[in-house]
Design a protein around this ligand. Structure first.
Ligand code: NAD
Ligand code: DAU
Length: 352
């Protein structure tokens, strides 16, 4: 094997796409997927990759410093792609400490483990931290987030991600740890936990439940297909410059209510309902506290310097995404019923 990569959070939504891409594209790399299997981590997401000879799964928690040191001692990774995180804004509002512990403390444990294991010999080493556009705050007067937009996080989730970004840069500056960071906009695609807008709406449309639109539905998000994000991570990991930040986005802004209406129209067609039938499920609910108005990424740096751009249109991606959820009802049933967590509890004990 040419090299060993430690990918954290590989059982989650984006992580599972990244693991699958790397396992298939780089048969000469050893890919170690490190994941605690929280409610958001699901090994079902990797059924098609788990028997590959270059893949291994390690169940470990990034909040456990000794476990991180052990993983580095045992597997000797020369690269890290760090995705493990608590990722849902609404959960960060009800339980901010979980976000401090995993996103901030957990990231610092991982940085310490890399620093200790690599012992100042950084040739061929790389720590890639996967972050979010939410660290830049909320756009109110037009414009886009660039790599030099000042940090201005507004939710406990984005504050914890901003703090972790700062720690990564501080380790680069202080200990010369070679790092790269990317900040990406909202992802959509298969295997996303149905607490997030698009899979939640598809699931509720299917099951006839209300479609809860926060506030007036006027908040704007910039949507990117998860496989395009994974390709960007591949390009940045291999070609990005040390110490650099790359913004990743889809140039694809949608008001929430327009996106929900679009999903309703797609579901009318797919489920053979009369046009307008699904939209009757739309229900306006109390707004998210401190709800960021608009995110929009200027992705020109990664296009110019690394030649990356989104590969498919939103129409194509959304169509594929809806088809995947409709074809994978058992997956949705399992993650919403908690059946897979019962399985993990039986299989692994503890928190599952
Ligand atoms: P996710 O919630 O679907 O998956 C997170 C994964 O991390 C899960 O597999 C979970 O088990 C694991 N995990 C959580 N806590 C852990 C811990 N303490 N130790 C080890 N593993 C742990 O998240 P996602 O949407 O796939 O996001 C992945 C990363 O990308 C996150 O860092 C997130 O901030 C970032 N990001 C997400 C988006 C998006 O739209 N989803 C956009 C930009 C950036
Ligand atoms: O921008 C990148 C971020 O995108 C990632 O860093 C986060 O991990 C990811 O969760 C996502 O954050 P958002 O808060 O933008 O995503 P979410 O799917 O939770 O919500 C998208 C928009 O839809 C947001 O404006 C809130 C709104 N919404 C969400 C839910 C779950 C609703 O109106 N109703 C809902 O039920």
């Amino acid at each position: 094997m040419d090299r060993t990569l430690l990918i954290t959070g590989g059982a989650g939504f984006i992580g599972s796409h990244v693991v699958r891409l790397f396992v298939k594209k780089y048969p000469h790399y050893r890919i170690i997927n490190l994941d605690a299997l929280t409610y958001a981590g699901n090994l079902e997401n990797l059924r098609d990759a788990e028997h590959a000879p270059n893949y291994a799964f390690v169940r470990a928690d990034i909040r456990d410093a000794a476990a991180m040191a052990n993983v580095f001692a045992q597997h000797k990774p020369d690269g890290v792609i760090h995705l493990a995180a608590e990722s849902h804004v609404d959960r960060s509002i009800s339980d901010p400490m979980a976000f401090v512990e995993t996103n901030v403390t957990g990231t610092v444990h991982l940085l310490n483990a890399a620093r200790e294991a690599w012992k100042g010999v950084f040739d061929g080493k790389r720590f890639y931290h996967v972050s979010t556009d939410e660290v830049y705050g909320s756009l109110h007067d037009g414009g886009f987030f660039t790599e030099s937009t000042p940090y201005d996080p507004q939710s406990p989730y984005s504050a914890s991600k901003a703090a972790s970004d700062h720690f990564v840069r501080a380790y680069g500056n202080t200990y010369k740890l070679p790092f790269v960071i990317s900040n990406c906009s909202n992802n959509y695609g298969s295997h996303q936990f149905p607490e997030k807008l698009i899979p939640l709406m598809i699931h509720n449309l299917r099951t006839g439940k209300p479609l809860p639109v926060y506030g007036k539905g006027e908040n704007v998000r910039d949507w990117l297909w998860v496989e395009d994000h994974s390709r960007a991570i591949d390009v940045i990991f291999h070609q990005g410059l040390n110490g650099e930040t790359y913004n990743i986005g889809g140039h694809n802004e949608w008001k929430n209510i327009d996106l929900v209406q679009l999903l309703c129209a797609i579901m009318d067609r797919k489920l053979g309902r009369a046009p307008g039938e699904s939209a009757k499920q739309i229900t306006y609910v109390t707004d998210r506290a401190g709800h960021d108005l608009r995110y929009a990424i200027d992705a020109s740096k990664i296009a110019r310097e690394l030649g990356w751009k989104p590969g498919i249109t939103f129409e194509q991606g959304l169509e594929q995404t809806v088809d995947w959820y409709l074809a994978n009802d058992p997956w949705l049933q399992a993650v919403t019923s908690g059946a897979y967590r019962d399985y993990y509890a039986a299989q692994y004990g503890d928190r599952g």
